[in-house]
Design a protein around this ligand. Sequence first.
Ligand code: FE
Length: 254
Amino acid sequence: MIDIHCHILPGVDDGPKTKEESILMAREAVNQGIETIIATPHHRNNTYVNSKKAILRVVDEFNTILQNEQIPLTILPGQETRIFGEILEDYNKEEILTLNNSNYLFLEFPSSSVPRYAERLLYEIQLEGLNPIIVHPERNKEILDNPNILYNLVKNGALTQVTAASLAGFFGKSIKKFSYQLIENNLTHFVASDAHNIHNRSFKLNEAYDTIEQEYGIDSVYLFKENAEMILDGKLIFKEVPQQIKKKKLFGIF
Ligand code: FE
């Protein structure tokens, strides 16, 4: 199994602080059946900055540690970038890192809103030959309140990644319900852990895939798993025509 969104590198962001904590996460990942992780440190906030060059170096170091510890897990480089106006300029300055150096780029919105310039910027990112993947849209308040914002972005080519813990219900009922609506309306293309530790923000990938299988069958699970694989090789992923989420459903699944 592949996890394309994970904060596992030691001491780089709000993930594990030490090498030892990172190793515990790695062991837990292997227990979950994960053999490859794309490490996606936050690009920057008030307390840290993680440039492409720095991430590549820490990924190399951590892979060596895993080999020495004989943990059968491979870490690939990635980055989770909070949306900002000059993202393409910084990408061209080799500051921004795509997922495993493919043409798939993780983009995070602020938790409460979607910037007005997002639509234009997502379009420009695609003109540059990159496929933007909006991470955990189900946890964004403005999107929860107005799912059409996300529908329009997906209709115009953006991809999205839903977080395993959201599907498994760890962020509450409404986020869980919305996550399933995203799947049902072809508004999400990847499931990933966004794990930060082994305590309150662990992997939950198995739990998520189990619930997807119960609701939609094993083919749906394969689709998400194959899409994650496609990223590693920079190949085209599978997607269906997105639908608008209908406000009132007669028969909700929860
Ligand atoms: Fe994250």
